[in-house]
Design a protein around this ligand. Sequence first.
Ligand code: GLC
Length: 754
Amino acid sequence: MIEEKYRQRAQEITKELSLDEKVRLCTGNTYWSTYPLERVGLKECVMSDGPHGVRKVKEKDHLGQSVNEKATGFPVSAAMGATWNKELLYQAGKVLGEECQRIGVDLLLGPAVNMKRSVLGGRNFEYISEDPVLAGKLAAEMVRGLQSTGTGACMKHFACNNSESQRMTLNVEVDERTLHEIYLKVFEIIVKEAQPLAVMGAYNKVNGAYACENEELLTQILRKNWGFDGIVISDWLAVEDCVKAVKAGLNVEMPSNPLVYEKLKNAVADGKLPEEILNQRVTETLGVWLKLQAQRNPVSFSWEDHEETARQMAVQSMVLLKNENQLLPFNTEKISSIAVIGDFAVHPRTQGGGSSKVEAEKRENILEALKKKAPATIRFTYAQGYDEAGETNEAWIREAVEAAGTCDKVVVFAGLPDSYESEGYDRQSMKMPQGHLRLIEAVAKVRKDTLVVLSNGSPIEMPFADQVDGILETWLLGQMTPDAIADVILDLEQPSGRLPETFPRSLADDPAAFNFKPDEGRLIYGERMMIGYRYFEKRGIEPAYPFGYGLTYTEFEYSDLETEQCEKEWKVSFRIKNIGEHSGYEVPQLYLANLQKTRLHPEKELKCFEKIYLEPGEEKAVIFTLKQEDFQCYSSKMKQWITEEGKYEILIGSSSREIRLKKQISVIAEQKIIPELKWCSTLEEWMEHPDGKILAREMLSRYQGFGMGIKTFGELSHFVQRIMLEMPMPRLIIASNGSFTENDLQTMFERLEN
Ligand code: GLC
């Protein structure tokens, strides 16, 4: 939020700026910083990537291929999403903010929150979830943590940047309801709950206009509807027409583009760009830069503390997908040997490719961390298994099988090599490298009690799922990968993550894989709101592992679901008890099902969640609040959010598929939605109108068409009733044998008016 003192000062400065100075503020001054105006006390503002760590480059190479200033390397956003832990996301934001302040970064280019429309998204590792509520609420916490240090957050990429292929030119065609309920909702939650100081416009077009030049997105929705008072910067080289962009609501074209100066000045000179719009953009921009420079506040911090936050994030993000025969936790007092198989144990995969990649201090690898942390009584045998590209050979497989045959426990590290997923290109499949699969299969043949530890930024097919007892999803865990994974394997920590995205059985089940490449430059979101679990539930397809799923070492009992309406809100309370022998984290999830049949609705949608820790035998009460907007859906016809009156079902789940408690409630709409009747409204629309239906019934009593002369409407066949109801009234006039005229219809409108 921009305080009045900055806005006032910004307005004063704008008044005294020359046109030359104004246009300089509309683009970067360098690749990462803005134009300083010393004479008015404005310093340059510095920006840096990214969502997983501060990548302030040291050299001139900007695309993330060079060394950056010292920074803590966090797990990727997908892993952050898997923690379901709001407090941890706040802490991560705070750590990132402190590190920004230390090296003079005013604006961090993150969090990255685009929805995962298909598992094929090359950049899915960098995004939090397939669900806008999970992503929005977690990202809002990160923004709050970030901005608590004086550093600005720049949520990205606004909007519909859900794939990488042809990202700088493709046109996303998405219907308004889907846009608002899914692709914008995540940004709306963050703006309303955390007020980020900046938004990054995406590369792609949305419904015909580039996101960075899209007035509907940048002015109408972002600023007027949501009350956003920060600035919009473009993604790097995302602006095609800077005049259109400034008019639409873009503040700063990044990186530096001197061509902007003349174009904007000429546009002002020939009236194409009213100077008051330019002034408005400049004042908005100055407000943010003045606030950021006033808030500069480098505080001292301990790198160990920061790394501990990253380690906790890593530990809490791991999702135990399978744990048969109590394979985990390992009892390290009873183990004398562990086979560690797979090159990832020695060359761990810790990040995804592209601009989010941050170089953090490297220390030991996973094998070394295991040896460092394990009791001295445990002997480790390592077998490489495959090379960096994921290729294997008979010798490596033989060596791995031998190692597996001689050890108490067997752990195979596998997943996706770097080249399989990155910014800049999408995935072609969900498959792991053949070498990884062959290795797992060979080892599992001799040891079904194998634990497979996966490193991947997005869902993969697991043909081995039935061949092994244990599967631990560890995503890409950043700098603390070795510590965190060793901690869980050696039972120094327990896995507590839940899936922030659905793992399909195969690519064939994915909602949008078949329609993920732009077709002649167009990407049509035909699946509508049905992405992720919404799709699998609507289609009745069983995923390999569902949204919200994750095992623990214990069990939880849910009871006493109560609901209470408090004016426009609903309080939902219930109890959870740890009825197992082991402590553990549970993530109760509240889903809401809109049971009205008048419109298309997902089977249910996530509205609230919490992560709670319970000792064996401990019980806690959980209270969720459903607000008015939680019941709303978007009406494209009325261009507004509406509440449909009627029955809803509240479902409390330990995952989207394991519903533990549920209860139906009735909701009264705060305002009756009475669609306006128009000349071409159908008979059905008249019959659904509280006053119109009386007039329509009168009309039907005199109607002579469709055999009505001898029957009443109720006596007609269902077929005839349906075609009459769906017919626009002027067509009924034609078919009425003169018994229903345009004057009659006109009279109906006049009477309706009165
Ligand atoms: C990239 C990314 C964006 C990043 C920016 C600066 O192309 O899309 O996320 O912040 O450029 O590196």
